[in-house]
Design a protein around this ligand. Structure first.
Ligand code: PLP
Length: 404
């Protein structure tokens, strides 16, 4: 008789976006004349930039000609894209990477879920709370998270690092030493960042205790402040203790196109074993390469036109973020984020729970956001709004909230 992976049975239901969807649908059906504005989901709305589309068209044409047709892509990514990232991204930030330290994939979601496979089953993980849920769920599936404690909404074998207003949404070093530390900056959902000095302390800490940092920099392109690092490798010693996850989803609108990469420096070792070699083995065995057309599109993000056009799109979203942030502050709400990230994290007013505030906002302003409790227990009492809508809808949503 076959057996299943029983770790899956321990996973709590992932109800957040389906509950939101059901509530919004019910409201729409009962109030068909109302216009709902959605500032909840973290998906982009601007079309792909012209330079990217042009590169995709060219690659599509190549696929229709015998001499330039491409079959399977190299498992780890085409050299042209890996080199473009090393040269036009990291080098411009003063970080020198070899192209074979960069692994191309079809998304940071899968990379962030898969990376735990190269670590031992008894490693202890530490995560921020609130947090992007994939880090914990993927470790739970692998049996590394222990048991789910429903009453406390947490896992028995995970170290949670609360990120709340009192600590400026920045985690503190945990009392118990972790083996794997997940950090995401700019942060989803709180929109917070760490300065280079603050991040350096985490690198020093990881080096001291022999931990590895999984650094998710999916929102790096939204950074506007000088002292905020774009990559963990700006910190001294990071190559010996950190893996970095990056995505083309939010910097260039590839959420539906799918392209990302993971950096595993060769300096990163466990004893004599290179993690770069382990990840190459894992990725090469389980992934059959991102499509040629999409990798050419990714390369175009680094062209002069691609850089200028994607910068403009990010400025568009960040203008929305400013509208949300300033609008909420002027209406007397407490909020943070929205300066180096497309997320605004607001404190719910009058002691409302995050789901209670969700209902108030939906019913009174017809605006949809995301309850903070959906990202972890310390997200309770907070609410996430995103800057990914249109400018017009964003302005209207904030006017409605102000009138509430
Ligand atoms: N990492 C974080 C922190 C995210 O918020 C998201 C998407 O919302 C991802 C990764 C997923 O990125 P991708 O679209 O490349 O899978």
């Amino acid at each position: 008789m076959f057996k299943i992976n029983e770790n899956y049975l321990k996973l709590p239901g992932s109800y957040l976006f389906s509950t939101i969807g059901k509530k919004v649908k019910a409201y729409e059906e009962a109030n068909p004349d109302r216009k709902i504005i959605r500032l909840g989901i973290g998906d982009v709305t601007q079309p792909l930039a012209p330079a990217i589309i042009e590169a995709m068209h060219k690659a599509v044409d190549e696929m229709g000609v015998k001499e330039t047709f491409h079959g399977y892509a190299p498992d780890l990514g085409y050299e042209f894209l890996r080199k473009a990232i090393a040269e036009n991204d990291y080098k411009t930030r003063g970080v020198s990477l070899e192209w074979d330290e960069i692994f191309i994939s079809d998304g940071a979601k899968s990379d962030s879920a898969n990376i735990q496979e190269i670590f031992g089953a008894d490693n202890k993980i530490a995560v921020c709370d609130p947090v992007y849920p994939v880090y914990v769920d993927s470790n739970a599936m692998a049996g590394r998270a222990g048991d789910y404690l429903a009453d406390r909404e947490c896992w028995s074998n995970v170290i949670y690092m609360p990120c709340v207003q009192e600590n400026n949404f920045a985690p503190e070093f945990p009392q118990e030493n972790p083996d794997i530390i997940y950090l995401c900056y700019p942060n989803n959902p709180t929109g917070s960042t760490l300065t280079k000095d603050e991040l350096q302390k985490w690198v020093d800490y990881a080096l001291k205790i022999g931990a590895v940092i999984i650094y998710d920099a999916a929102y790096e392109a939204y950074i506007s402040e000088e002292e905020v690092p774009h990559t963990i490798y700006e910190c001294d010693g990071a190559k010996a203790c950190a893996i970095e996850l990056r995505s083309f989803s939010k910097n260039a609108g590839f959420t539906g196109t799918r392209l990302a990469f993971t950096v595993v420096p060769k300096e990163l070792k466990c004893g004599e074993v290179s993690l770069n070699a382990l990840w190459a083995r894992r990725h090469g065995t389980k992934f059959n390469g991102a499509p040629y057309i999409i990798q050419r599109a990714g390369e175009a993000v680094y062209s002069e036109a691609g850089k200028a056009q994607t910068k403009e799109q990010i400025a568009y979203y960040m203008n929305n973020a400013k509208v949300i942030r300033e609008g909420l502050l002027s209406a007397g709400y407490r909020c943070s984020g929205g300066v180096n990230a497309p997320y605004i994290w607001m404190k719910t007013p009058d002691g409302l729970s995050s789901w209670e505030f969700f209902d108030v906002l939906l019913n009174e302003a017809n605006v949809v956001g995301t309850p903070g409790a959906g990202f972890g227990p310390h997200g309770e009492g907070y609410f996430r709004l995103t800057a990914f809508g249109t400018y017009e809808n964003t302005v209207e949503a904030i006017e409605r909230i102000k009138k509430m």
